[in-house]
Design a protein. Structure first.
Length: 366
C-alpha cells in the first residue's frame, strides 16, 4: 500500500511538473509574439496588414486557450486590448471570452483595462481620456447598436452587420462609467452628438433586461444633471456623482436637455418598465437631429417636442406631420419616416405555433 501511495504521488508530481513546463512554454511563445513587429492593430485600409493581424491574433488565441494561467500571467488583457474594436464580430467576441477566462484565473477584474479602450484601432491621436474614445466612435456602428439594444434577443439581424455594429452592452457600460466618473467639456458633448452615443442610453430604455434599463436610466440622469449644473449646484453634483463640473455653454445644450427631459418623462410614465421601442428610437433620433440645427428636419422636430411635455407612448410620434408634410422637400420627410418605421415598429420573432407545434416567424409591433 505504501508503495502504491508513493507511486501515485510520484505520478501526480510528474503531472504537475509537466503542466508547469507547458505553462512556461506557452508564456515564452506568447512573449515572443507580443515582442514581434507585426503585433499591432492595422487600419481597415491596409488589407494585407489586416490579414497579418488576423493571423497573429489567431495564434495568440490558440496559445492562450492551451494555458489560460500562462495567458493571464503574460498580461493577455493588456496586450490584446488595442485589438478590441468593441463590435459584435467573431474576433471581438473571442477577445472578450478570453478576457473573462483570464479574469477568472487571475482573480482580478478586467474593468480597469477597459477604462483605456480606444475605439480607433489605427491608434489615431486622440485625447487620452474615455471622452476622447467616445469622440472617435463611428456613427453608423453606433446607430446599428441602437437597434440591437432596444429589440429582443429573438430579433433577426443580418449576419454581415456584426462586424460593423458596436456591442450595445459594452458601449452602454463604457458610456455610463464615463459620464458618471469623468468631467465633460463642451466639445465632448458636441462630439457625442456627432457620434450618436447618447442615443445608446436612450434606446436602452426599451430593453427587455432590467439591468440594462437600470444602467441607461442612471447614465441619462447623470447626463441631465451635468448639463443643467449651475455654479450654485456644483457642490451638489460633486456629492451625487463624485465629480465637479463647471457650467457648460454650447449651442446645442438646450436641445439635448429637451430630449433627455422627454426621455425622463417616459420613464416616469412607465414606472420602470421598458418603454416602446418606437418611442426609444424616436428620441434617440431626436438627439441626432436636434444637435444639428441646420438639418431640414430640425424645425418640425423642435416644434413637436416643445409643444408637449410627455409623448403619447401609444402613438407613432410625428407620423401625420411627416406623412402629410408641407415642407419644400417632402420626399426627405417621407424617406426618414419610412426608415424610422422599418427600424422601430417591426420585430421578427420566433414563436412556437400552438396548432402545429413548430417554430414560425411572427412579425409584431415593437
Amino acid at each position: 500500500m505504501e508503495g502504491e501511495s508513493w507511486f501515485r504521488l510520484k505520478r501526480r508530481g510528474s503531472s504537475l511538473i509537466l503542466i508547469a513546463s507547458q505553462d512556461n512554454e506557452v508564456t515564452r511563445h506568447l512573449n515572443n509574439v507580443f515582442a514581434s513587429a507585426h503585433f499591432h492593430p492595422y487600419p481597415e485600409s491596409e488589407v494585407v496588414g489586416k490579414k497579418v493581424q488576423s493571423a497573429v491574433v489567431s495564434l495568440v488565441f490558440t496559445l492562450a486557450k492551451s494555458s489560460i494561467s500562462a495567458a493571464a500571467s503574460s498580461k493577455i488583457v493588456e496586450k490584446l486590448m488595442p485589438f478590441y474594436a468593441g463590435t459584435l464580430s467573431s474576433d471581438d467576441k473571442a477577445i472578450v471570452d478570453l478576457f473573462q477566462r483570464a479574469e477568472l484565473v487571475a482573480g482580478g477584474s478586467i474593468s480597469a483595462a477597459f477604462r483605456h479602450w480606444n475605439s480607433s484601432l489605427d491608434q489615431s491621436p486622440i485625447e487620452a481620456t474615455r471622452a476622447g474614445s467616445l469622440a472617435v466612435l463611428q456613427p453608423g456602428y453606433v446607430r446599428r447598436s441602437w437597434l440591437r439594444v432596444c429589440a429582443s434577443t429573438r430579433t433577426q439581424f443580418p449576419k454581415e452587420h456584426a462586424d460593423i455594429t458596436y456591442d450595445p452592452h459594452f458601449l452602454l457600460s463604457f458610456f455610463a462609467h464615463t459620464i458618471a466618473e469623468d468631467e465633460f467639456k463642451a466639445q465632448d458633448w458636441i462630439n457625442m452628438l456627432d457620434s450618436g452615443v447618447l442615443g445608446i442610453a436612450i434606446a436602452a430604455l426599451a430593453s427587455t433586461a432590467p439591468s440594462v434599463r437600470g444602467t441607461a436610466r442612471s447614465a441619462l440622469a447623470t447626463a441631465l444633471v451635468k448639463l443643467q449644473v449651475r455654479r450654485s449646484s456644483s457642490r451638489l453634483l460633486l456629492s451625487l456623482t463624485g465629480t465637479r463640473s463647471q457650467p457648460l455653454s454650447f449651442r446645442e445644450k438646450d436641445e439635448i436637455i429637451l430630449v433627455l427631459t422627454h426621455a425622463r418623462n417616459c420613464i416616469f410614465s412607465q414606472a420602470g418598465e421598458p418603454i416602446p421601442a418606437v418611442i426609444a428610437l424616436f428620441l434617440a433620433n431626436c438627439i441626432a437631429i436636434m444637435g444639428t440645427p441646420e438639418s431640414a428636419l430640425y424645425p418640425a422636430f423642435s416644434r413637436f417636442l416643445l409643444q408637449r411635455p410627455v409623448l403619447d407612448q401609444r402613438d407613432v410620434p410625428m407620423f401625420y406631420l411627416l406623412f402629410y408634410s408641407t415642407s419644400e422637400e417632402p420626399v426627405d420627410d417621407h424617406r426618414w419616416l419610412l426608415k424610422f418605421l422599418a427600424e422601430g415598429l417591426v420585430r421578427t420573432q420566433v414563436r412556437r405555433s400552438p396548432l402545429t407545434g413548430k417554430d414560425c416567424k411572427l412579425t409584431t409591433h415593437a
